[in-house]
Design a protein around this ligand. Structure first.
Ligand code: G
Ligand code: G
Ligand code: MN
Ligand code: NA
Length: 253
């Protein structure tokens, strides 16, 4: 209850910020995109993890204004980086299931990218398998987002309780292999098999594939040999504030 009342005021009090984690093309070794990750620092509670406050925000409908803040902040950031003549890369934004199911979502996103003049191909939406359970409704939403020109990525792929049939119905772009599979790929034969199979599945469906939670050079080597296109993880960079991303990763075009 205390956290909820603090969270309610987090936007007006300027306590939210976005960190960005690079997504690297394994074949070229170059940065291709960034995942935006929300951070909340409250003077009383200190740093609170999104793993803790996002579920609370979902339960209290606070996710709607918070999600809009995130989207607008990403748009502002893209405009700012472009104005500095930096490399024009794509930014991925996480959407929780309730956010995703808001009826006005696509219109709101469309209005924002027009307001900021951002080409839709610069944005990717990350949704989890759970968001695709209510098929007719979610399919209509994903189609709307695709029509706008955004790309759609399935986050934490393989960890939800959903059938694979959505893979043939939904117009998706990317599968993100969950870090729980990547963590033990070197030592656990089952994790190695699941990871390789997801990469093959993505390839045969014409989808991009990205492995999350890559911490070791040897994991990256395994993934490269298995033809995984992209990687994300502490080996390359932890999530960083925009100025550090700018210094360490974005070159001038
Ligand atoms: O950054 P970190 O690994 O602590 O994120 C923890 C969880 O919070 C992840 O599941 C991530 O997807 C989620 N998360 C981070 N930022 C956002 C956001 O802006 N919106 C939503 N809905 N979830 C987010
Ligand atoms: O659910 P989602 O994939 O959006 O969550 C991303 C979360 O994973 C973020 O909280 C981020 O900080 C965390 N993360 C990113 N890279 C690594 C990594 O290499 N190892 C671990 N343990 N966590 C990571
Ligand atoms: Mn994510
Ligand atoms: Na994930």
């Amino acid at each position: 209850v205390v956290m909820e009342s603090y969270l309610r005021r987090s936007i007006e009090k300027n306590e939210l910020s976005l960190y960005y984690q690079p997504q690297i093309n394994l074949q070229t070794g170059r940065i291709e995109s960034l995942e935006a990750l929300l951070r909340w620092h409250n003077p009383t509670l200190g740093y609170v993890s999104p793993a803790e406050f996002i579920p609370l925000a979902e339960d209290t409908a606070l996710i709607v204004p918070i999600g809009e803040w995130v989207f607008e902040e990403v748009c502002r950031q893209i405009v700012q980086w472009d104005a500095k003549g930096l490399q024009k890369i794509k930014v991925a934004v996480n959407l929780s299931p309730k956010q995703f199911l808001q009826p006005e979502l696509a219109d709101k996103i469309n209005a924002l990218i027009h307001k900021y003049g951002i080409p839709p191909c610069r944005l990717e939406i990350e949704i989890t398998e759970g968001a695709m359970q209510n098929t007719t409704e979610s399919l209509a939403i994903v189609r709307k987002l695709k029509d706008i020109g955004l790309s759609i990525s399935v986050d934490d792929f393989g960890t939800g309780y959903s059938s694979l049939s959505y893979l043939k119905q939904f117009p998706l772009d990317t599968l993100k292999i969950d870090q729980s599979f990547v963590r033990e790929i070197l030592s656990d034969k089952k994790d190695a098999a699941i990871t390789t199979t997801i990469i093959h599945l993505a390839q045969s469906l014409g989808l991009e594939v990205i492995a999350e939670g890559v911490e070791l050079e040897e994991q990256a080597g395994f993934l490269k040999a298995a033809n995984c296109q992209k990687v994300q993880g502490f080996l390359y960079s932890k999530p960083l504030p925009p100025w550090e991303i700018e210094q360490a990763f974005l070159y001038k075009e």
